[in-house]
Ligand binder design. Structure first.
Ligand code: BES
Ligand code: MN
Ligand code: MN
Length: 469
């Protein structure tokens, strides 16, 4: 039977077995595989074991942990049944998740996935890690299973890597590459971990921003003291920190660090045309992100929003420590801290950015207080021209799987895996696909997945295996 009629059978199998895929996703998402420090490592391990079981049940062979000392476990499964002359795809997803946030803000408990009606016909599934990125695991595994159980065989070889520490910056990635590079050799990389521009609108991501997190600690006193007895001549740590943080932005919200945008790529004519052709609904965008009505976009509206989001760097304060209001006790605060997070644009030099931001934070400490600056995790940006047969294959698979032509987008977020892997594999194309939609709330409370898109992604993946042959 031809690959195409086999693919059709695989799609029918996906539709028949869709509830089983949802059940598999729920089972994975019941495991709180938070990779951040302070959360039990044993749960990430339990998650890796559940992933390994799912891969094996889906038809992957040689399923095993890709051991790296000190790292949260990553899992690899292979299906090499297409033979040595067929192309090999390296599929990527991650099974670790972000911390759940505030329990009281979840509509149902973070690790007890619950289905609810949504705008889409199939509703949405809520839970931490559902869309970021456990759905990606089930998509790739389910697509192989669909081929095998409908009596066919995909015409490509598959290697599926499911990483265990993406959300903490893939800190053992270079060691993983050093140890397992041979086993991960492939002709194309396919990820399921990025966003669709709108629910139901398949999107191929052609750029990622990098990230650089920096902690800033301010110390003004060696212990807190009575603010009336000492305040006036004696500086406090929180006010000093506020002053440093206040220097970071100008009155329009632009970052005030000199050369902050140095090295940004200028968009090529094709790229700019694609970006300007994208639908942008400012009011919808505002509503999806939940901006308060009075807040303005930094730098203006329209398609410049996408340009700023994907092709320019950004800075935000993602953590702040002083004294909780409930414990404020008319004292001068001795120590305060903040985490500054920089998104690096594709093309920018991550090292140069680190130096610039560190120098700015360290310069001229207010009133001579002690300032310590500690860079943390980071990763560079990435971009690709969506040309050549792999991108054409992806476009066909998505168009058929979603029933809509795909669009080309950038991504404001980061995936440390992509740039080093594409490079180590000799510049192979990387196809970045995924299921995050504007209302999915990845990393926030009430993270969710559109179930109609989940089915479309499963169908697209099964078709992609055929199209990439
Ligand atoms: N799936 C996201 C990447 C992403 C972000 C895709 C936004 C689409 C839109 C990924 O899991 C992620 O959150 N990455 C981290 C990487 C960091 C820890 C190095 C990020 O961007 O914060
Ligand atoms: Mn992710
Ligand atoms: Mn994430």
């Amino acid at each position: 039977m031809s690959d195409l009629s086999q693919a059709k059978r695989a799609l029918e199998w996906i539709d028949r077995g869709f509830e089983d895929r949802i059940a598999e996703l729920i089972a994975l998402a019941r495991i709180p595989s938070v990779s951040a420090s302070g959360f039990p490592e044993s749960e990430v391990r339990r998650s890796a074991e559940a992933v390994a079981k799912l891969l094996a049940a889906s038809g992957f062979e040689r399923v095993e942990e890709l051991a790296v000392p000190g790292a949260h476990p990553s899992v690899l499964g292979e299906w090499l049944g297409a033979g040595p002359s067929a192309p090999t795809l390296l599929l990527y997803a991650h099974h670790d998740v972000q911390p759940p946030g505030r329990a009281s803000h979840w509509r149902s408990p973070a690790f007890e996935p619950a289905r609810a009606a949504g705008e889409g016909e199939a509703g949405r599934l809520y839970g931490r890690g559902i869309v970021d990125d456990k759905a990606g695991i089930v998509v790739f595994a389910g697509a192989l299973r669909a081929w095998l159980e409908s009596g066919g065989r995909p015409p490509v070889n598959l290697k599926l890597i499911v990483e265990g520490e993406e959300e903490i910056g893939s800190i053992h990635l270079s060691e993983l590459l050093r140890r397992h590079r041979e086993r991960l050799a492939a002709d194309v990389i396919v990820l399921s971990d990025t966003a669709n521009l709108a629910t139901g609108l398949p999107s191929i991501t052609t750029s990622l921003r990098g990230i650089l997190n920096i902690d800033l600690r301010v110390r003004a006193l060696d212990h807190p003291v009575h603010s009336g007895m000492w305040g006036g001549p004696v500086p406090d740590a929180t006010s000093a920190l506020a002053r440093i943080l206040g220097r970071l932005f100008d009155a329009n919200g632009e970052v005030a660090i000199p050369d902050f945008e140095a090295g940004c790529r200028t968009l090529g004519p094709g790229e700019r045309a694609r970006l300007e052709a994208l639908p942008i609904d400012e009011a919808g965008f505002r509503a999806d992100v939940g901006m308060v009505p009075s807040a303005r976009f930094i730098g203006g509206g329209g398609s410049v929003i996408y340009e700023r989001l994907w092709h320019r760097p950004a800075l935000a304060l993602i953590g702040l420590e002083g004294v909780p209001l409930a414990q404020a006790a008319n004292q001068l605060i001795a120590e305060a801290a903040a985490r500054v997070s920089v998104r690096i644009a594709p093309g920018q030099d991550a090292e140069a950015m680190r130096e610039r931001v560190v120098a700015f934070l360290e310069a001229d400490p207010p009133w001579g207080v002690e300032v310590r600056v500690e860079p943390r995790e980071g990763s560079g940006g990435w971009c690709v021209e969506p040309e050549g047969p792999a991108f054409a294959a992806a476009a066909r698979a998505l168009a058929a799987g979603y029933g809509r032509e795909p669009v080309y987008v950038g991504c404001g977020g980061s995936i440390p895996f992509v740039a080093p892997f594409a490079e180590v594999l000799g510049g192979v194309p990387a196809l970045l696909l995924g299921l995050e939609d504007p209302i999915c709330n990845a990393h926030g409370e009430n993270e969710s997945l559109d179930l109609a898109d989940f089915r479309r992604a499963l169908r697209s993946a099964a078709l992609l295996y055929a199209e990439l042959a």
